[in-house]
Design a protein around this ligand. Structure first.
Ligand code: NAD
Ligand code: GLY
Length: 370
């Protein structure tokens, strides 16, 4: 069964379709969007092997010609050199302003490919076909595109809404379990920031979701996409409420940058650790009690995710180094850091009032790596 969620962003409203088998129906879905029967597909080498043939076949059946570029998998591809190569390839294949680019893959391909689409010929339309849990519940929705640099995550980018999102939940069957769990961290984030009932459901049924029970997958992807679409519809450019979607991310981005965007620490794993640290900071500042980080960490660990600095393998900068990395956070205003904090599970808010000594104390306590 296919569900449709509308993302009502001004000037670029579009649908997110969710369900198994959408890749097989992609030709019919894309034809109405095409000026000519030709698309450029950006993917990565893992996804190209597993899902590109079915995608090409579906488009071929609708008479659509496909040019495809498979990039190296992994976070390091979300970087300047690959923007240059991808844009050159798109120009070489003759992509015109009226054409459509398709991103078939996880958040790396969606963010990089969406950014290339945003800047190519000052903007071409693109369709997201997310194939990871993370991309289906989060990154393919909302139009944030971009790349990482040594200074920090996602610091170069553009808001560029897709024309359509096709979240084929059947693709999750080939996802390695570590990647599935990393995506689950963003599901936990959505629940933790704004829906206590959803968090209760995850504690009850999250196992079934991670076992890819079809009803649980459908429920969780739909719930997360609805939440995100609602928030993005109200605040596309992150003037306020959208920042809540960054719960745990000021920490997570510093950890990922500190770890050098290596496969030792996946984005979702960094988010899981970041959620615990954001909850610790909330406790230290008196916004919630210690049961909140305890409950969050218990669930993350039960789901096979790292939930504390001590759970991670990657080599990290010291506390000062991490705080320096956090200063690059896009939420900072006039040099002051802003954090998404918790009053409880499901009740996040943005605070500009976080003394550096509280942040330092949280990181140092976590440095005991407990
Ligand atoms: P990813 O794109 O690196 O994919 C993870 C791995 O899974 C890769 O090795 C990929 O080849 C493989 N893979 C993808 N689909 C597969 C499938 N169906 N079967 C088997 N293997 C498959 O990582 P990700 O976790 O999807 O995305 C992480 C990125 O998303 C980060 O860069 C993060 O910053 C970004 N992100 C962006 C937003 C946003 O709003 N734009 C939100 C959250 C995260
Ligand atoms: N992942 C954060 C956002 O889309 O705003």
């Amino acid at each position: 069964m296919i569900e449709t969620v509308r993302v009502n962003v001004a000037g670029a409203p579009h649908e997110v379709r969710i369900g198994p088998g959408l890749i097989g129906q992609a030709g019919d879905a894309l034809v109405p969007l095409l000026a000519r029967h030709r698309v450029a597909v950006l993917t990565d080498e893992h996804v190209a092997e597993l899902w590109l043939p079915a995608f090409e076949a579906a488009l071929g059946a609708a008479g659509i010609e496909v040019d495809a570029l498979a990039l190296p998998p992994g976070e390091a591809t979300k970087s300047w050199p690959w923007v240059e190569r991808t844009c050159s390839w798109l120009l070489d294949t003759g992509v015109e302003r009226g054409d459509l680019v398709v991103t078939l893959g996880g958040g790396v391909i969606g963010d990089l490919g969406g950014f290339c689409a945003a800047i190519l010929r000052r903007g071409v339309r693109y369709v997201q076909v997310p194939t990871t849990l993370l991309a289906q519940v989060d990154s393919a929705v909302g139009g944030k595109t971009g790349i990482d640099t040594t200074q920090g995550k996602n610091l170069i980018g553009a808001f560029h809404q897709p024309a359509l999102v096709l979240a084929d939940t059947a693709t999750l069957a080939t996802l390695p379990v570590r990647e599935l769990r990393a995506g689950y961290a963003e599901v936990v984030k959505m629940a933790a920031l704004g829906d206590a009932g959803f968090f209760d459901w995850l504690e009850e049924d999250g196992d079934d979701l991670l076992d890819l029970g079809p009803a649980s997958v459908a429920h969780a992807v739909r719930a997360a996409v609805r939440m995100k679409a609602d928030i993005v519809g109200r605040d596309e450019r992150e003037g306020g409420e959208r920042a809540l979607l960054n719960l745990g991310h000021t920490f997570a981005h510093a950890l990922e940058t500190g770890a050098g965007y290596s496969g030792d620490l996946l984005h979702g794993e960094a988010v899981a650790i970041g959620l615990g640290l954001a909850a610790d900071l909330s406790v230290r500042l008196g916004h919630c009690d210690a049961a909140v980080p305890a409950r969050l960490r218990a669930h993350l660990r039960a789901s096979g995710l790292p939930a504390a600095l001590s759970d991670m393998q990657a080599h990290l900068p010291d506390t000062d180094g991490l705080i320096d990395l956090m200063r690059q956070d896009k939420k900072a205003v006039a040099g002051r850091l802003r954090f998404v904090l918790l009053r409880g599970i499901g009740a996040a808010f943005v605070s500009a009032d976080v003394p550096e000594d509280a942040l330092r104390a949280v990181l140092e306590a976590a440095g005991d790596r407990g």
